[in-house]
Design a binder for this molecule. Sequence first.
Ligand code: 4NP
Length: 160
Amino acid sequence: MKKVLFVCLGNICRSPSAEGIFQGLVDQANLSKEIKVDSAGTSSWHIGDPADTRMRATAKERGYDLTSRARSFGKKDFKDFDYILAMDETNYKDIVKLARSPEDEAKVELMTDYCESHTDTYVPDPYYGGADGFHYVIDLLEDATSSLLKKVKSDIDEAH
Ligand code: 4NP
């Protein structure tokens, strides 16, 4: 079993979208028993909230149902997850600050490092912008999640 955690600031826009899109790929690949997916935020601002209404509407248009509730990232997540994907450099730094060992730190990666057809170095926060920003989040995440799944699958195969 491999466990994947997506992390952004509020856990109401980018990381719930990453969770929903990646979970869809995992389900399609019949790997839901082998890959567990979750998301969290580095802030505690929106704990318990559903994903942002605009993000959910955009995701729905693109074929994804976002059902997660916000929670905040904590030290325990290093123990519980194998891959921790940060949406931007600030998220990355805030996560790494809580790492207790080099092994913890090595689990943290930038989501955009998995993009194959975009050269962006972070997933831009869509919260204060217009509708285009929400669509762009999905564009980047569709790109990154498909190669992330290949990586996780190859790690599972190697372990067998
Ligand atoms: P997220 O977006 O980190 O992608 O969930 C944000 C959500 C809320 C806020 C900022 C970013 N906020 O300032 O409340």
